[in-house]
Design a protein around this ligand. Structure first.
Ligand SMILES: Nc1nc(=O)c2c([nH]1)NC[C@@H]1CN(c3ccc(C(=O)N[C@@H](CCC(=O)O)C(=O)O)cc3)C=[N+]21
Ligand SMILES: [Mg+2]
Length: 284
């Protein structure tokens, strides 16, 4: 291992501390920022994530409300819950935990969330604003990656950035943020021919596919910065990313670990988006 470790846990603690400071200021102005997290079903992994998000909110002095709904909740009932939260002045941010059960139209649910409370940044209106260079809410995971690159002083203007994975929640918004920072962006997908030819060009390599080991050290340019967004639970119970850590860390200049890398930053940026949503209600 020669790469520097990018410590997402430490950086997220720093960011959450800054949020706590802004929460104190807002509270002194009579506003307590509030986040509502809606969880449909009893998936144990989702329950853990939701609990972690609520705990991070409370630790930063924010109000958090978790709304658990049964796995067979009708779509219309979920939409009614969202409408009620849209109209609730104590709630500044709304997050509906994904994935949703198959009988529910995920797109319809996200589009029902008020764009001004869409702290995930998943609403088409927020995706469009990001794409056109006027972001309101940046999706938390790519936003956290940018924060990590910034804290490491990774040069982005003119840099070659390669992203593996073109999802709406990570890959595509990641491409927009890196592009806005001046990088030349390549967005790879599951059909990309000879992935290694693309990844080996990267000064900054972001991997977000959900396939453990899809990127190994022979696919990394010496000195590259490697950001591993994947979170995969192996049968052994071990948590690993999408990048083969040991072989990649031998050639990269810096790399994020899993756990302790991008994951904690995602939660920190959710709090940043929520405080921004609450601050905007005062500016309005
Ligand atoms: N509407 C919505 N917004 C989300 O942001 C969202 C979602 N749905 N559905 C599920 C995914 C997943 N996600 C994670 C956040 C933090 C960690 C995290 O903090 N991970 C720790 C380890 C956690 C563990 O030990 O399992 C780490 O990487 O160090 C992981 C995963 C947010 N998601
Ligand atoms: Mg569905």
């Amino acid at each position: 291992m020669s790469a520097r470790l990018i410590d997402g846990k430490a950086l997220s603690a720093h960011v959450r501390g800054e949020v706590a400071e802004r929460v104190r200021t807002l509270k002194s102005q009579g506003v307590t920022p509030g986040l509502a997290v809606v969880l449909v079903g009893e998936d144990p992994a989702s329950q853990v994530y939701v609990r972690n998000k609520a705990a991070a909110c409370t630790a930063a002095g924010m109000h958090s409300r978790v709304i658990p709904l049964g796995a067979d909740t009708p779509e219309g009932e979920l939409l009614d819950v969202i409408e009620t939260l849209n109209a609730d002045p104590a709630i500044h941010g709304i997050l509906v935990q994904l994935p949703l059960p198959g009988h529910i139209d995920t797109g319809l649910v996200i589009e029902t969330i008020s764009a001004a409370k869409d702290v995930d940044g998943f609403h088409v209106s927020n995706a469009g604003l990001l794409m056109t260079g006027r972001p309101l809410f940046r999706p938390c995971t790519p936003y956290g990656v940018m924060k990590m690159l910034e804290s490491e002083n990774v040069p982005l203007r003119g840099a070659e950035a390669v992203i593996v994975g073109a999802s709406n929640i990570v890959g595509k918004p990641m491409a927009m943020l890196l592009l806005a920072a001046g990088a030349t962006v390549t967005l790879c997908n599951s059909k990309t021919r000879d992935l290694g030819d693309q990844t080996r060009r990267a000064d900054v390599l972001v991997v977000a596919t959900g396939r453990p080991g899809i990127v190994s050290g022979d696919m990394v340019k010496p000195g590259a910065v490697v950001i591993d967004v994947g979170i995969n639970r192996l049968e052994s119970g071990k948590l690993v990313g999408d990048v083969d850590f040991d072989s990649a860390a031998a050639v990269a200049s810096a790399i994020t670990p899993v756990p302790g890398g991008v994951g904690p930053m995602t939660i920190a940026m959710l709090l940043v988006n929520t405080i921004e949503a609450a601050e905007r209600t005062l500016q309005a």
